[in-house]
Design a protein around this ligand. Structure first.
Ligand code: TYM
Length: 333
């Protein structure tokens, strides 16, 4: 019986990489009644604060992620959807874990290293980011359940640090009866790195994203700007080397995928045709979610209620875990 745990930064508009790499799996695993799983899905505003300096934007992005999740079909009765900073126990766990973490490990963190390599000043939040993420995951530990973390490939290092953090705690304080399970990354190969408009990993920082809820002219403009090579219309093309097909494969039915791949290889099928097909598939895939999102956006109080109920459930588990951790390290409970 797994506990599904997954976080998303409210640092901008969510894109198809976030959706295909994580959100879709999060929702499917949480909604699956036969799995008898528990799910904690959260919006990591503490983490976003490592880069954002705009209170209104942070508030807006945070609510936007909640709206996105609900519009995309998350059933709030099957999952606790909440905002990270509503669970202050996480900062206490982070401190305790930090006291067990060699600084050399933090300095190897990819985001931290990148920043320093660019000659920029990295703040302490960015340095200790992976340990807050370990707290995010381990706080929802439940006896006899595995912790499963659906993410994209870019979170591999952070997940390893979470596992090491769990081990370090167990070794230091309860070697004979390990308290924390080692969290398991759930990374599906086919969607582990979704490419963006230019073929690099889809990422806000590259400006190569398609928003999950882009539609109409905006969406069309982005899809038409997907980078393709200069093979003439009539020549055969390799679908597996094309950025448009890389997205088509995730939205097509099996038959459509096979048909379009065949058309690429046969020649006479241009990248423009492929882009049109992709556009149609995105509209089809997200049509209902767009409608639901518009309806939900008109009822912000309902969304706040869902986040509050989620936060209560999250706090209940996190404070239980934190009490046991406090006891294990020798704090007076
Ligand atoms: P974030 O907010 O950058 O991304 C959210 C999720 O989307 C995935 N993702 C992608 N997957 C495939 N292809 C892409 N191009 C792509 N871009 C993004 C990410 O892998 C992620 O799963 N540190 C995390 C947030 C976090 C977290 C956690 C995740 C905080 N605490 C605890 C899991 C568990 C982050 O910045 O994700």
């Amino acid at each position: 019986l797994p506990v599904i745990v997954s976080g998303i930064q409210p640092s901008g508009t969510l894109h198809l990489g976030n959706y295909l790499g994580a959100i879709r799996q999060n929702i499917a695993l949480a909604n699956d009644e036969t799995a008898r799983s528990e799910a904690f899905l959260f919006i990591v505003d503490y983490h976003a604060l490592t880069t954002l300096r705009d209170a209104d934007a942070l508030r807006r992005y945070t609510l936007d992620v909640a709206l996105d999740y609900l519009a995309l079909g998350l059933d709030p009765s099957r999952a606790s959807l909440f905002v990270q900073s509503d669970v202050p126990q996480l900062t206490e766990l982070t401190w305790i874990f930090l006291c067990l973490t060699p600084t050399a490990i933090l300095e190897k963190g990819v985001s931290y290293k990148d920043k320093v390599a660019q000659g920029l000043t990295a703040n302490g939040g960015l340095l200790t980011y992976p340990i807050l993420q370990a707290a995010d995951i381990l706080a929802y530990t439940a006896p006899g359940r595995d912790l499963v973390v659906p993410v994209g490939a870019d979170q591999k290092q952070n997940l390893e640090i979470s596992r090491d953090t769990a081990s370090r705690f167990n070794e230091a304080f309860c070697p004979d009866d390990p308290f924390f399970p080692l969290p398991e990354p759930y990374i599906l190969d086919e969607v582990s790195v979704i490419p963006g408009l230019d073929g690099r990993k889809m990422s806000k920082s590259y400006g190569n994203t398609i928003g999950i809820f882009d539609e109409g002219k905006d969406l069309k403009k982005k899809v038409m700007s997907i980078v393709s090579d200069s093979t003439p219309l009539e020549d055969p093309k390799d679908p597996d080397a094309d950025n448009t097909f890389a997205l088509i494969r995730h939205f097509a039915t099996d038959d459509e995928r096979a048909e379009i791949a065949e058309a690429y290889r046969a020649g006479g099928y241009g990248y423009g045709h492929a882009k049109k097909a992709l556009l149609g598939m995105i509209d089809r895939h997200f049509g209902e979610a767009r409608e639901r999102r518009r309806e939900l956006a008109a009822r912000p109080d309902d969304v706040r209620d869902i986040l509050q109920a989620g936060a209560e459930a999250a706090r209940a588990r996190a404070s239980d875990v934190t009490a046991q951790v406090r006891d294990a390290v020798g704090f007076l409970n």
